[in-house]
Design a protein around this ligand. Structure first.
Ligand code: ATP
Ligand code: MG
Length: 354
């Protein structure tokens, strides 16, 4: 019997459209090979949709999404719309509205990819960044006053709740437990931020007691950037807040070779909502329309989606194809190659068929 999964597909904007299109081609070839079926709902929610309708999504968007098993997302943003509008109209309301409390961002150095650090080789960097995904610095609370005057002020509150922190931390410990090294590093800024960040420390000590088999340590976010560069091997799972995870995962992507290969999974650890799978990168206006975007970040995100849906064999098959192409080429420009999106897509398809 073939497992059918309902996938809500939101290509969005810029290179998001290009890398989702490439991924759909790969997934079409995979379905008969691995015995699963994707039934897509194409959702045109994007900056073009906003320009036409005055909003990025219809009012019942969350209800529409909830009727699916997973959401496959490209990127959002347009050069003529402020980023805080596009982000707050589309991606953040989905993450928060569906309570996708954890953002899982793996990164590693693959064979064939030349990382920027001289001291780093294949196997030296293999991290899972666990970014809190619904609250903290991106909770959207705050305000403006005296706008347009010399006295203009803006407040940006970071709201942390025991509920949100604990849910995220338990999930991080569970994932750490499944990894060979079973190590976890808590990252905060609890020296300078004496309220919410201290709550993070407190909740962490409570949760850690339930996972005695996981080796953990804790670091301040500034110090962990040094460790990521100087001793990448000493890190495994990196557990952090929304803002810190946003920044650290871009650093992780760069250290592993390119943001063009970095995937992410936005999930409700309790699985009450469909997970959202997307590349870490954004709409990348500088390269959109040229057909040269690296599709691997989105292919890897698709593999994470397959795993989340229980299609382990398909996920492993796609990861093997990705590893093969990264090792033997062709590669896109961000990885030092000359290939375009289509050539990498066809190479992945050939590797899958072998
Ligand atoms: P966001 O605000 O959504 O995070 P951003 O402005 O940070 O977006 P990104 O789109 O993430 O920018 O990309 C930063 C730069 O990295 C791009 O300008 C582009 O040159 C490069 N880049 C990003 N994604 C890819 C990709 N898939 N392939 C090749 N280059 C990429
Ligand atoms: Mg960015």
């Amino acid at each position: 019997m073939v497992n059918a999964h309902k996938i809500a597909c939101i290509p969005g904007d810029g290179i998001g459209i290009e890398v989702i299109e490439a991924s759909i081609k790969v997934l079409e070839v995979m379905q008969p090979l691995f015995g699963f079926k994707f039934e897509y709902t194409d959702l045109p929610w994007s900056s073009a949709y906003y320009k036409k309708n005055g909003r990025y999504m219809p009012p019942d968007a969350l209800e529409i999404l909830k009727a699916h098993d997973a959401i496959f997302f490209g990127a959002v943003g347009a050069p003529d719309i402020p980023d805080h509008i596009s982000l707050w109209e589309l991606l953040l309301p989905i993450r928060q509205g569906l309570q996708l409390g954890s953002n899982v961002r793996p990164s590693k150095i693959f064979k064939g990819v030349k990382p920027p650090l001289a001291n780093c080789e294949v196997g030296d960097l293999n991290w899972l960044i666990l970014r809190e995904n619904c609250e903290g610095e991106y909770c959207g609370q705050g305000g403006r006053s005296h706008t347009g005057t010399p006295y203009a002020l803006g407040t940006e509150l970071a709201v942390f709740t025991r509920f949100g922190i604990e849910r995220h931390m338990r999930f991080a410990f569970e994932l750490a437990r499944q990894r060979p090294r079973k190590m976890l590093t808590l990252v905060t800024k609890s020296n300078a931020m004496r309220h919410g960040m201290v709550l993070w420390d407190e909740v962490f000590y409570d949760v850690a007691k339930d996972f005695p088999d996981v080796k953990w340590d804790k670091m301040l976010v500034d110090a962990v950037t040094i460790r990521m560069v100087q001793k990448p091997k000493s890190l495994d799972v990196i557990l952090c807040t929304n803002l810190h995870g946003d920044i650290l995962s871009d650093l992780a992507a760069a250290l592993s070779g390119s943001i063009g290969i970095a995937p992410s999974a936005n999930v409700d650890p309790e699985r009450k909502a469909p997970g959202l799978f997307e590349p870490v990168h954004g709409a990348a206006f500088d390269i959109m329309g040229k057909g040269i975007a690296n599709p691997i970040a989105t292919f890897w995100s698709a593999a994470e989606m397959l795993r989340w849906l229980g299609e382990e064999k398909a996920a492993d098959g796609l990861m093997s194809a990705i590893e093969h192409v990264l090792e033997h080429g062709p590669l896109t420009g961000d990885l030092g190659g000359k290939a375009n999106t289509e050539q990498v897509t066809q190479a992945i398809i050939s590797a899958l068929k072998q």
